[in-house]
Design a protein around this ligand. Structure first.
Ligand code: GLY
Length: 367
């Protein structure tokens, strides 16, 4: 499934009946046009981007134009607020005015916000057009560009309207990571740590050994990104719709989402909340299951080394976190549905630990 360990990696997958390839390498953006032209699809592309990814979007469009496509540029404001039905309508109308048809492509150039919004545009405009992801953040590379989750937020909740819509091509140019702020890179690394814990002791130890500051040397980081992507592709191939195994990817997200929401989505970025959520999950697994506490200590050390929070802000109140966890759309009416571990790579789904243990794990984050 994986290409040779040289400058670029190629992972092929078929998820929910859609075949796609993921290309990972330094300078891959200039290959976007030829790679898309191989799919023999329509002759137009709508490139969606934000102000932070404008130069990458221009490079993507230039490569597509060189390959013979007509390109249209659609800029959205940076930030989570763009994941709205209003912005979606605006993009649908831009696509209509540009004459985008079903065989044409929506090309999402950016991080998770651009990917989720442009992905839902591709899923819904004319009942679905082709989708290309060009993730430019570490978080989008290892997580949100793979698996087909797309959507927008409502005032009542994040990602409350959306669809599963698989891309037909994913191009990750690791050179784009060199332009990211350190905080953004660290946030992506929290998901890399998650994949290490989910996959195996071997991957966890390679993640643990990764030097700060990020992104560090390109070659081996490509290998880490490849292995996170490979893990996610294997999971979503088996369970596209999150009826079982895919829920494992929510490790650290039950408490993490609670912290993110209780802090009003301002104090912590997503990856920072997941850093705290991972530590809470490992604490719970140490008591409710047989996870050796040393895994939590090691995880805490690697998160700290990469500038991620391991102590919870005292102003974020435990009752607010617990209330937000109950509202999370992944919790059902009666159970938390947490993901726990017995050791890295040995994952337990649908765990409903005692309430006191969850409270103690949150409180311990303040110690
Ligand atoms: N980010 C978790 C998932 O894609 O299922």
């Amino acid at each position: 499934m994986t290409g040779p360990a040289t400058a670029a990696h190629v992972i092929s997958a078929e998820v929910g009946g859609t075949h796609f390839t993921v290309h990972i390498g330094d300078g891959r953006l200039e290959h976007l046009g030829p790679l898309w032209a191989e799919r023999a699809a329509g002759d137009q592309a709508l490139v969606v981007f934000d102000a932070n990814t404008a130069s990458h979007a221009e490079a993507a469009a230039a490569s597509l134009r060189d390959a013979g496509l007509r390109t249209h540029m659609a800029e959205v404001p940076p930030g989570e607020r763009s994941k709205s039905l209003t912005e979606l309508e605006r993009l649908c109308r831009e696509a209509a005015r540009a004459g985008i048809r079903r065989a044409d492509a929506v090309v999402a150039v950016g991080g998770g916000v651009v990917g989720d919004l442009a992905g839902f545009l591709a899923a819904s405009y004319q009942r679905g057009v082709r989708l290309v992801h060009v993730p430019t953040t570490l978080l989008a590379m290892v997580d949100s560009s793979i698996g087909g989750k797309t959507g927008v937020d409502l005032p009542e909740g994040k990602n409350y309207v959306g669809a599963i819509w698989q891309p037909q091509l994913v191009v990750m140019d690791t050179a784009t990571l060199g332009t990211l702020p350190a905080r953004e890179l660290s946030c992506g690394f929290a998901e890399v740590v998650k994949y290490g814990l989910l996959d195996s002791i071997e991957l966890f130890e390679r993640v643990e050994a990764w030097p700060a500051p990020l992104p560090g040397p390109g070659g081996p980081l490509l290998d880490l990104i490849r292995d996170c992507v490979r893990h996610k592709v294997e999971v979503v191939t088996q369970d596209e719709r999150e009826t079982g195994l895919r829920a494992s990817l929510n490790l650290g997200h039950t408490v993490g989402h609670g912290i993110e929401a209780a802090a009003g989505y301002e104090r912590y970025h997503h990856g920072e909340a997941i850093s705290l959520g991972l530590l809470a999950a490992l604490r719970i697994a140490g008591h409710a299951r047989k996870l050796d506490p040393s895994w939590r200590d090691r995880t805490r050390a690697v998160l700290e080394r990469h500038g991620l929070p391991t102590r919870l802000d005292p102003e974020v109140r435990t009752p607010d976190i617990l209330a937000a966890m109950g509202r999370d759309k992944k919790a059902d009416a009666t159970a938390l549905n947490m993901v726990l571990l017995d050791e890295p790579g040995v994952v337990l789904l649908r765990q409903d630990p005692p309430h006191d243990l969850v409270v103690a794990a949150i409180e311990e984050l303040r110690a």
